[in-house]
Structures are given as C-alpha cells and as structure tokens.
Design a protein around this ligand. Structure first.
Ligand SMILES: *Cc1c(COP(=O)(O)O)cnc(C)c1O
Length: 797
C-alpha cells in the first residue's frame, strides 16, 4: 500500500501538470488534469509493477494467463486510486486545489472492449487475481474501436464508432521490444531432417507484427501489480521496402485485425477477419508466454508446472493447436509429449448453451488462413477418433470429433485439448453435464467442474455506492472489504428500525441522483418516490425484455381504463445494446422506445408509469443505475442464462431480485431464502420437458388468456402508434411462430410476481429488510472467491 500524504500528493500533482503541459491549475482543463492524475497514478504503481514481475521470475512462480477476446474494464482512474489506497487522500488533495475528482473522472473514456457479461467477468477476474496476490494476467486484443456507441434515432438503435483511443490512453504502455510475429496464409511444406524431425517451411505467408500494450492491474491494498497485455496488429518493419500502394493496401489489411470488436459476421470477409483476430491474439500470447518461460531456463517438460492458459469461451480455443505448433515445430518435442503438456496447460470455460454461440469454422476457411494450424487440428482430430473408436460407438465418435461436416468445432477442440472444463453456475454446469456436453461428460467426467461467476465488490459497491459502503462500515466495520462474506454480519440488523431506515435513505439519495441524471440527459421527469424497476443487460430474445414490456403494456391498459387503480408508481429502467445484425433484438428496442414515448407523455395515467431506456448502456452507466435500483429483473427463460452477473451487482446494492430459476439466480435464492427473492415461471426441467413433448402451443395462450390477448393486440391494432411494423413481427414471432422462449407461457406467472412486488414494496420496513438480507448474502458472489477457486482447482497456482 502506498504511503502518500495529502501534501505530497498536491506537490506531485502540480509538478506533473507543469511537466506535461507547462501549466498551473488555473490554466488547466479537466482533460489536462485527468492526464496529470493518470500519469501520477502510473508512476505511483510502476515500482510495484516491475517488482511484481521480478518476484514472479525469481521465484519461478507458476503464472496463469487468462485469454479472452473481451475485457470490459470500465474506467480505471478511481479503481486504481482505490486499490493503491489513496482514493481519499487524492480526493481531499484535489479539493484543496479547488478541483473535483468526480468531474475529472468524467474525462476518462469508458473502454468498451467487450459486449457484456463475458467481458465484464474477465475484467472482474483480473482485478480479483491481483487483489488475491495471485500470479495471473490477462491476454487479449487492443481494439482501436470498442463496441459501437449506441444512439436512438426515432426509437431505433443506430451504431456509431467508439473511438476510445482518440485522446490516448494513460494506463497502457507500448512495448515494441516485446513484439512477436504472427503468420497467416501461404503454404507449408514439411522437410524431414536426417535425425527424423519434421521442419515446417512457410511460403508466401503474410506476416503481422503483434505489438503488446501492457496495462498494470493493481491489487487492492497490496503490492501486487499484474499485467493486462493487449495486442495490436502492425506492419512488420521489413515490408517497408515494398511498393507504396501495395504497402498501403497491406497496412490497411493488417491493421484491420485489431480495429473492431466483432466485425460484421453477416458476410464471408467479416467472418474471416474474426478468425484472424482469434488466431492473432492467441498466437501472440502463447509465443510471448513461451519466451518468458525460456528465461527461467527450464526444459519444456516442466511447462505445465509453471504456466496455466485459460480459454475464456471458445474464441481463444486455437491456443490448443498453437501451443502444439510451438512445442512440435520450434521446441522439437514429439507429439505425445507435446500433447500431454498442452492438455495440462489448458483449461476452458463454457459460457453458454445457446447453440448459435458455439463457434464452428469452415474447413476451407481455416485451412486457407492457417495452413499449419489446420494440419495440427487434423492430427488432433485423427488421434482422437482413433482412440475414441476403440471405446465408443460410431455415433458417439461422430458427435464429439472436432472436424465434422466440413467444419471445425471450437468447443470440441477446447474440451479435448484441456484438462478442465467449467460451467459458470451450478445449474449451468449441471445442464452441460446432463444435456449440452453430455457425451463429453461421459468421456471425461473428471474434467468437468463448476465455478460460479462473481463480481468485484470494489467497483460494484465501494466505488459505485459510497453511501452504502459507509453505512455498512458504520454497522459492521470494514472486514467485509477484504473478506466479503463478512457482509453476513449485517443480518444482525435485520430488525433494527434505524438501520433499515438508513438503508431506505441511502437508496433514496441514489435514486434522486439518478433521477437528476435522467432529467439532464433525457429530459424525462421521474420521481424518486416511485419503485425503480431495472433490467440492464444485452438485448437478446432469451433474456426476455419482451416479457417485461408486455407487463408494462398491461399496467398501462389498466391505468387507461381505470386511472384510479392503486398501482404503486413505477419507473421501468432499461439499458441494452443489440448486436448490429440482430434484427429481432433491434425491433424490441424500437418497441420499448415506442411504448416509452406513448406512456411517458400520457397525462391520463398521472405519471404512474415511466419508462427510461438509457442510451449506450455500458459499465459507467451500470455504475449509476445499480445503486438506484429497487428491483432487479432477471427473467430469462430458465436454462438459457448461464450465470448472469448483473443479478449479483444489483443484490449487492440492495435491490430485490425478480427472477426465474435460471443461472446464478438459483444460488441467490439459496443465499437469501425464498422469502427474500421473488421467483416465478418455468424451471429448466419444465423447459426440457416441453422440448421433449413438443407440447408447447403459444397460440393457445393468446387465445385463452384475455389479458394477454388484449396486450398482444396492442402491438398490431394501432393502440401504440408507430408500433405497427415491429409490433407485427414480434406478434407473429410469439403467436404464429412458436414463441421460442416461452414468453406467453410465463406471462401470467410474471404478472403475479410483479403484483407481489407491488404489495411488498408498500411495506418499506419489510422491503428494506429484504434489501438488507440481499446485501448480507451477496458476499459469496465476490469474484475474489471465484478466482481463488480457479487458482486452486484449475490453475494449481
Ligand atoms: C455486469 C454487466 C453485464 C452482464 O449483465 P447480465 O445481466 O449478467 O447479462 C453486461 N454489461 C455490463 C456493462 C455489465 O456491467
């Protein structure tokens, strides 16, 4: 922990401003103040950073590398100040200088190098790994443009480029001396040497320079600083002698590799680029790991004792053949030996059971782009089939092999090439074992394990909800900050009227703050007295924002018919981006915005319902919304949400969960007890039963439930002006085309659950007790515990 006095900080800060900009405070803008502060934090952490690396090398510590296509970091300034233990000193020092930390913080762009849960998990993990003093680092891509910036135009999502690096990035350091070369295309032929080795010769391949940008990941109040290494694609220096136009063309092609997260995958070139991205950061990462390993002077035989590589979802699954390539072609190991090492080094997390998300690459594409890697995949597959055929029937082998039907199945590659395969919540892991990966569970039972996701209490409580953090410290001290399960001590206050009313007051302050933000940004007036009902997550049919919307329409119709109806006033808050090519999700965004336009304007309902759909949902917005939430909507179709993590963030901030028994909601219920959560709807078992019977007939629910009938009709009968086009599509998807995610089936149960919320919220004493029990039970969902389990059970650190 850094020892820094306020006086020293103020001197350092003024000096840094002068050094960087030749300015004093009065002349400087927030952007310059931010840069000065960022540079200062950088310098404060640099000694620990180099010492941490030195320590790992000297002690020959085993290190884990978390390979992830996404790291959804959020802003780093306050998080770094907190972890260095100087947040309060710096805030007070700035105040003395007439500056405001929160205003300066606004200058920092929110790096959107991820879509949602998966990328945010990676960010929570690297923070927790450093905090737990574990030797683990992130490895990914330095995308020049993050996930698109979302705007609403006439209610439609419009995607704009997110140029987050425009004004530079104080946290990263470019390390050109650690660049490596990654090779694509061309031909490979194998030369057999006299001693019997096969040496690959690459011809006409395209070489790309992978340049690492390292960001320090600072542990909380300890001296550990790990590294997030993000790779950028550049033209190798030797190609500068080529023809100017050819050079520019080549440069454009190469730089596109690290340009955008998730290129448009609706065409061949976009998909090819995505595969390039995957191999690019995998090859660069694995090469740099081996380079570091060689520094220790150990033989490759001991690699698995010193290195763990984690494959976060299938995107980095090429780690398996890439490590094989390096062990075979460069280190000259024989196949069996190399394979044994590879399997012991690799581990894989499955994040979804949605079949469209299980990656497959056409053989033509992969063999053209990565000829040597494809040879190795073929050999892995051949050997797998050979061995499996002696043990299992043909169908089983066909279902589990890697290359099948002209495609390479990335999940199969990851599973066959890893010693550990984990799901991300108990229910999800059970479904993997019993259904989705049942064959593999039969083949490799001991490889399967569960690691329920987690979140860092530092970002999601200590930083984003300081009033609540302070109250908790006043009640139970600060042990929970490092041992989050200590939050359970709060339960002692469950019947303490004063504590419960303090909880109420804090929630009220946070709601006022958010209401002010909504007024400023959107011009919508919302009352902090209303119940704030929050659904924030990617827009996807399985997450069922539509179910939420149908209930809102139902409530609206009640108020139109009978304005005096005693519904507790609600503000429905949405935040969600839809994938640019996902038409159905975009239609739902448009529908929610259209209904919002109607409901928010309608004087007849007396402001009893408001709908706030915030634009451009991301980490920084989540930090504003979550402390103000009363209700946490986790209403995915049971079996479809692998874990969820917004459910954990929201409970930690005292929201009551309204949920299906899906993902980690099941474990949240175990923690808080059924009386402190509102559960409704089909279970995963019910859903699989329906699949088996084929007995779900959505249209029956439309025909037989008069309330639902009327609600659905509003989508197509002009009740909601401007909803006709999207309304018709959505109506048809539900009533005509089978309602894939059982929205109509769960509608009535959801309505009853919402009515229950309405009743519960009226008794504030009881409600705040539920909130308190939720906060008290959230400790186990700290990612500090999750990464410790990874470290012990999987990585063996
Ligand atoms: C936590 C988080 C998510 C994940 O939300 P789920 O509801 O678990 O899908 C997505 N996006 C952001 C910005 C987050 O912070």
């Amino acid at each position: 922990m850094l020892d820094l006095s306020k006086r020293k900080f103020k001197e350092d800060f003024k000096r840094m401003l002068t050094e960087l900009y030749a300015m004093d405070i009065e002349q400087s803008s927030p952007a310059e103040q931010y840069a000065a502060l960022g540079n200062l934090v950088r310098s404060y952490s640099s000694k620990d950073w180099s010492e941490t690396n030195q320590r790992y090398l000297e002690k020959e510590k085993k290190q884990a590398y978390y390979f992830s296509m996404e790291f959804l970091l959020g802003r780093m300034l306050k998080s770094n100040l907190l972890n260095l233990g100087i947040l309060n000193t710096v805030r007070a020092g700035l105040k003395d200088l007439g500056l405001n930390l929160e205003a300066i913080e606004q200058v920092e762009p929110d790096p959107g190098l991820g879509n949602g849960g998966l990328g945010r998990l990676a960010a929570c993990f690297i923070d927790s790994i450093a905090t737990c003093r574990l030797a683990g680092h992130g490895n990914g891509i330095r995308f020049k443009y993050g996930l698109f910036k979302q705007k609403f135009v006439n209610g439609y999502q419009v995607e704009l480029p997110e140029n987050w690096l425009q004004n530079g990035n104080v946290w990263e350091r470019r390390r050109l001396n650690m660049a490596v070369t990654v090779s694509f295309y061309g031909h490979v032929w194998m030369e057999k040497t006299k001693s019997g080795y096969l040496i690959p010769h690459y011809e006409h391949d395209q070489r790309v320079l992978a340049v690492p940008y390292d960001t320090p990941i600072i542990g909380y109040e300890n001296d550990t600083v790990n590294t997030l290494r993000l790779w950028s694609a550049e033209v190798p220096p030797q190609s500068e002698g080529t023809d100017y136009r050819a050079y520019m063309q080549q440069r454009k092609e190469i730089e596109s590799i690290s340009e955008v997260l998730y290129p448009d995958d609706s065409n061949y070139d976009g998909r090819l680029l995505r595969l390039k991205q995957e191999y690019f950061f995998v090859s660069a990462g694995v090469q740099s790991i081996l380079r570091h390993y060689r520094k220790m002077g150990l033989s490759m035989n001991h690699l698995a004792e010193k290195v763990a590589v984690h494959i976060n979802d299938t995107h980095p699954a090429l780690c398996v053949p890439e490590l094989m390539r390096l062990l075979l072609d460069v280190e000259k190991l024989d196949w069996d030996h190399a394979w044994n090492i590879t399997v012991n080094v690799m581990s894989y997390t499955n994040h979804t059971i949605m079949s469209e998300a299980l990656e497959k690459w056409p053989v033509d594409m992969i063999s053209h782009l990565l000829p040597r890697i494809y040879q190795i995949i073929q050999e892995i597959d051949r050997r797998y089939v050979l061995k499996a055929s002696t043990l299992f029937d043909k169908e089983m082998v066909g279902r589990t092999r890697i290359i099948e039907g002209g495609h390479v199945k990335m999940a199969h590659l990851a599973i066959i090439g890893s010693h550990s395969i984990n799901g991300v919540a108990k229910l999800h892991t059970a479904i993997l074992k019993e259904k989705v990966l049942h064959d593999f569970y039969f083949i490799y039972p001991s490889r399967f394990n569960n690691k329920t996701n987690g979140i860092t209490q530092r970002r999601w409580l200590m930083l984003s909800n300081e009033p609540l953090s302070k109250l908790i410290c006043d009640k139970i001290g600060d042990d929970w900050e490092k041992t989050p399960t200590e939050l359970k001590m709060l339960k002692a206050f469950r019947n303490d009227a004063k504590t419960l009313s303090q909880l109420h007051d804090i929630k009220r302050i946070n709601k006022e703050r958010f209401a002010e933000f909504v007024l400023q940004k959107m011009g919508i007036v919302i009352s902090p007295d209303a119940l704030f009902d929050v659904q924030i997550k990617r827009l996807h049919a399985y997450k069922r924002q539509l179910l939420n919307l149908l209930n809102i329409i139902r409530m609206y119709l009640i108020l139109k018919d009978h304005p005096e109806t005693d519904l507790y006033p609600r503000v429905f808050i949405f935040g969600a981006k839809a994938a640019p090519s996902y038409t159905y999700a975009k239609e739902i965004i448009k529908l929610i915005n259209t209904v919002a336009g109607l409901v928010n304007q309608d004087q007849a309902i007396n402001g009893k319902i408001k709908i706030v759909f915030v634009e451009n949902y991301g980490v920084s917005l989540a930090e504003k919304i979550i402390p103000a939430a009363d209700v946490s909507e986790q209403i995915s179709l049971a079996s479809k949400e692998a874990s969820g993590t917004s459910n954990m963030k929201l409970m930690l901030n005292g929201a009551v969960t309204l949920a299906t028994l899906d993902g980690a909601n099941v474990e949240i219920r175990e923690r808080v007890g059924p009386e402190n959560i509102v559960i409704f709807g089909l279970t995963a078992k019910d859903v699989y039963q329906y699949y088996q019977d084929g007995s779900y007939h959505a249209a029956n629910y439309y025909d037989n439930d008069p309330v639902l009938h009327r609600v659905l009709n509003t989508l197509i009968d002009g009740t909601i002006p401007g909803a006709e086009t999207e309304g018709r599509h959505v109506f048809d998807s539900l009533v005509k085309y089978g309602d894939e995610f059982f929205v109509l089936r769960d509608f009535q149960a959801y309505v009853e659950a919402q009515n229950k919320i309405d009743r519960l919220y009226r008794d504030q004493l009881k409600w705040q007790r539920m909130a308190l029990i939720n906060i008290a039970g959230a400790g186990v969902f700290s990612s500090d515990y999750t990464v410790r389990q990874y470290a012990t059970d999987i990585w063996d650190l």
